[in-house]
Design a protein around this ligand. Structure first.
Ligand code: ZN
Length: 367
């Protein structure tokens, strides 16, 4: 056996840690930052609270669920206008991914389009990430998912330069997340952990992290969904999503995420719902490839076997209002969907890269 594991991000976890941005900036010698924040956190006053406490120069919220490269140009111009030397992110994956890409654009002096389609530069301004959902794990990964709406392109960009300097994970920031987003982001994080376990590049450290993350999240997602104010459930979900991020940062994701991109692009499903759509299906398909290892994981999590784990995911999807049939998402082209999923590059990370024919048969079971 031979493997490596590295994780460059400083992590601070706990209720109230959102007030530690200024301290982290001081520690690293950052003088001036801007805040990239979700509009919902500007509206509820959280962005202002964080910006004021940290003495940040400006707040940028001009982006949506799929941050566009034009937003990165605008945010980078704000960095320049403010003379900022770091970028602070507050929000879900969109805010963190945009902040990471903005930091690269601002440091490189190139425009966002050139970096999106060309070679990424090696270094960006430092980023401090404060996740306000329990989901993407973007605070500890070297991935930034960006879009170019003008050309209909969306892709995960991967670079060492996208690792944040610090992640400040304050579960209190997730208390106001509405139930639907709690469900989609939580199921995204559960997918990250399971895929880290199935990825070709898995190792004993990512396996242990995946198991811990799943233990935390299987026990708390439905509680957080039903009662957003359940601090214990929110804390478990925040920690679970963070640990899932640590699990998949080195392995990347696999079949579930490969399918999520076509499902989002063709049928406009939110990312987490698109992941959940095939998650129980791939639990069964991957279990068949490697029964001993996957059964061991299922039992460690308190399930009788892999089928019981898949059944629980299917139940969770129904309990949290996720669509789970092709009919519900308006799909009548199973072959086309299967071909797009099989062709996605992330499929190659799965223990076995399922073919379009195999996927078409499997999707047939979701009618
Ligand atoms: Zn994801």
């Amino acid at each position: 056996m031979k493997f490596g594991y590295s994780q460059p991000v400083e992590i601070r976890f706990g209720a109230g840690t959102r007030t530690e941005v200024a301290e982290v900036m001081r520690k690293h010698g950052f003088k001036r930052g801007i805040l990239v924040a979700d509009a919902s956190l500007v509206a509820n006053g959280r962005a202002d609270e964080v910006a004021k406490a940290a003495g940040l120069a400006a707040v940028f919220d001009g982006f949506g669920a799929n941050p566009d490269i034009t937003a990165a140009d605008k945010a980078a111009a704000l960095v320049k206008d403010c003379g900022a030397d770091c970028v602070v992110a507050l929000g879900g994956g969109s805010a963190m991914d945009l902040a990471k890409f903005t930091a690269l654009v601002a440091k490189s002096g190139k425009c966002a389009e050139e970096l999106f389609y060309g070679q990424l530069t090696a270094e960006g301004l430092p980023v401090i990430a404060l996740p306000a959902t329990a989901g993407t794990g973007s605070e500890v990964t070297g991935v930034s998912v960006m879009s170019d709406a003008a050309r209909g392109a969306k892709k995960p960009l991967v670079s060492q330069a996208f690792f944040a300097k610090a992640a400040i994970v304050d579960p209190e920031l997730t208390l106001s997340v509405p139930p639907f987003v709690t469900a989609t982001s939580g199921l995204d994080a559960i997918s990250h952990a399971l895929e880290a376990y199935w990825c070709r590049a898995h190792n004993p450290i990512s396996d242990a992290l995946a198991e811990k993350a799943l233990k935390l999240m299987f026990g708390s997602l439905e509680r957080a969904y039903r009662d957003g104010g359940d601090v214990a459930a929110r804390t478990d979900m925040s920690l679970g999503a963070l640990v899932a991020g640590l699990a998949f940062a080195p392995t990347r994701t696999a079949a579930v995420h490969a399918c999520s991109y076509p499902l989002s692009e063709i049928y406009h499903m939110p990312h987490g719902e698109a992941c959940a759509f095939t998650l129980d299906m791939f639990v069964r398909m991957n279990a068949a490839l490697d029964p001993e290892r996957t059964e061991a994981l299922a039992r460690a999590l308190g399930f009788a076997d892999c089928d019981a784990m898949a059944d629980e995911i299917a139940r969770l999807k129904r309990a949290t209002g996720m669509r789970h049939t092709l009919k519900e998402i308006g799909c009548d082209d199973v072959e086309g969907l299967a071909a797009a999923c099989a062709a996605h590059p992330l499929m190659q990370n799965n223990k076995k890269a399922f073919s379009a024919e195999e996927l078409a048969v499997a999707f047939g079971g979701l009618k």
